[in-house]
Design a protein around this ligand. Structure first.
Ligand code: PGA
Length: 256
């Protein structure tokens, strides 16, 4: 895993958006699409703001972009303000020129017996589009990526997951009535992420200092799902100084 360090989340977001913009422009010049894997959460917000700025001020077009989001809460429909569909449209899609038919998220409203088929179809659609060229990832305090929570094994396939207590605690603040927060979500499996051609993993803020240390210095174990990314051939962890503070204190030689 390559590590790039930045003073602030805004500096990291600019670098990240610059790489994504270059890929989009190169592919557009070749008449080809780009498949992006996208994430929600507080971490990628400065990155999405920078993509919107590049579109509005520098004319970056997203007409050749196909996107697949990592996950969606089970039980929330599109217009619920805490659905990830709503999040992505409010923070990115409503402000750029992506074609609506190129936007993909797992459904929050499939139920019961239909969930397994929905998950399989979502994976198949990613494959049919040629796989993910560039995956943007955040990481939860549990070490989850997507909503792949700590477990005894690395979950390979897209599936319905019970959210970990720490994740419920971290995200309940976004809900007006925290008790109504869904307890389950559909998430892409780690197989989808490990097949992405390139991954940019963002870690920002002191709240991520502990998990940053476990990610970079700990063992590769399914109890910290993000550690599997160290086996991927092309991952860059983009980390700001607040998130790096424990690694700097305990293992300064492991980072640039
Ligand atoms: P955050 O969430 O960016 O809001 O910290 C990240 C995650 O849970 O994957």
């Amino acid at each position: 895993m390559k590590v790039e360090t930045f003073e602030t989340p805004q500096d990291a977001a600019k670098a990240l958006a610059g790489e994504v913009a270059e890929l989009i422009r190169t592919r557009a010049a070749e008449g080809r699409n780009v498949v992006l894997g996208l994430a929600t959460g507080a971490t990628p917000l400065p990155f999405y703001a920078e993509l919107v700025r590049l579109h509005k001020e520098e004319g970056l077009s997203f007409a050749n972009v196909i996107s697949f989001n990592l996950d969606e809460y089970s039980g929330l429909d599109h217009d619920h303000p805490e659905s990830y569909w709503y999040f992505m449209h409010t923070n990115l899609f409503n402000h750029i020129d992506m074609k609506p038919e190129n936007i993909n998220l797992p459904s929050g409203t499939v139920k019961g017996d239909e969930i397994a088929a929905h998950c399989a179809a979502y994976e198949q659609k990613i494959k049919d589009c040629g796989g993910i060229d560039l995956q943007i990832l955040g990481i939860g305090r549990t070490g989850h990526i997507g909503f792949n929570e700590p477990a005894d094994d690395f979950p390979e396939l897209t599936h319905l997951v019970d959210l970990a207590p720490q994740t419920l605690a971290a995200n309940a603040r976004y809900f007006d009535e925290p008790d109504t927060m869904p307890r389950q979500a559909i998430t892409v499996g780690l197989g989808v992420l490990m097949r992405a051609k390139r991954i940019l993993l963002l870690l920002s803020g002191s709240g991520k200092a502990e998990i940053t240390e476990r990610l970079l210095c700990g063992r590769i174990v399914p109890q910290v799902p993000a550690t599997i990314l160290r086996l991927h051939p092309d991952v860059t962890a983009v980390i700001d100084e607040d998130a790096l503070q424990l690694v700097r204190a305990h293992a300064p030689n492991l980072i640039p």
